[in-house]
Ligand binder design. Structure first.
Ligand code: FES
Length: 287
């Protein structure tokens, strides 16, 4: 008797989904350019199998070049596509930056645990990001905005070196017009025409003094920023169990094979990339 092939599901991390670049948005210019790619699942792909949570990652493949792991920066509440924001840093990301709308790529995933958004329902959400670290937070932010009645106040503290380095700037400025939403942008150094905070993200947090009451704080960005954000959150009275971060930048294979994501004995791709500070602080190793 002919054997039926095994069912293909989103949990199979080896199955590539064919996607087409629907559009590309230039977020940041210059040496460390960032572009956001909207990848549309093709009709004949197994798109229905690709469901994800904010905070999860996807592997994007370019035939003949290689593949790279990215945090998904779009929200699962907006289905049919995923978006990834790509910092041009190496060979694969440089080639990806050369691609145009209409080009085809492949996507595998999703990988990692994602943010525990269900357990945060009823709480205020405070996102604290720096640079390209805002990508996974953007997925969470849009998820919260699309499920507005399930969450309390939403605040976003986000900074970059210069105003031209801020990702998603227009949508953040649009977002802050909504009720019960605060957007607190910063840049590291003075700039003509900038009338918001000048200084580092942890200092903006210190200045704003958000209340820890019924609030979950999620931070993502450069390790040095995360370190001081966590110190400042602690000083404000946030409990370690209410502080979360994502270490998705450490993920390579995403499935526990390459051994490049470990912190002590913990594999970021297996147990994370999202961790509470309560979980992370006891790990033996460098974040
Ligand atoms: S990313 Fe390869 S083992 Fe975790």
């Amino acid at each position: 008797m002919k054997k039926e092939p095994a069912a293909i599901t989103q949990t199979n991390p080896y199955i590539p989904h064919e996607v087409t670049i629907e559009n590309i948005k230039k977020e940041v210019p210059g040496d460390r350019a960032i572009k956001t790619f909207r990848l549309l699942f093709n009709e004949d792909s197994i798109q229905k199998g690709f469901t994800f949570k904010p905070g999860q990652c996807a592997m994007v493949s370019l035939l003949g070049t290689g593949e790279c792991m990215f945090a998904i920066s779009s929200s699962p509440t907006r289905p049919g596509y995923i978006e990834v924001s790509v910092l041009r840093l190496g060979k694969v990301t440089a080639r990806l930056h050369e691609r145009e709308a209409g080009d085809r790529l492949a996507v595998r995933g999703p990988y990692g645990n994602g943010f525990p958004v269900e357990s945060w329902e009823g709480k205020n959400i405070l996102c604290i990001g720096g640079g390209i670290g805002q990508a996974p937070l953007r997925s969470l932010i849009n998820y919260v905005l699309d499920n507005r009645s399930k969450y309390g106040r939403l605040d976003v503290i986000y900074g970059a070196r210069a105003s031209s380095d801020l990702c998603y700037r227009e949508e953040l400025l649009e977002m802050e017009k909504q009720e019960n939403v605060g957007v607190h942008l910063s840049i590291d150094r003075e700039e003509d025409g900038w009338d918001r905070f000048v200084g580092f993200v942890p200092d903006n947090l210190k200045r704003l003094k958000p209340s820890p009451e019924n609030t979950i704080a999620i931070t993502c960005g450069p390790p040095i920023m995360i370190k001081f954000v966590i110190v400042n959150l602690g000083a404000l009275g946030f409990k370690d169990t209410d502080i979360f971060t994502t270490l998705e930048m450490r993920m390579k294979c995403g499935i526990g094979k390459c051994g490049r994501c470990n912190i002590g004995n913990t594999y970021v791709c297996i147990d994370g990339p999202v961790f509470s500070w309560d979980q992370l602080k006891d790990l033996k190793g460098e974040m």
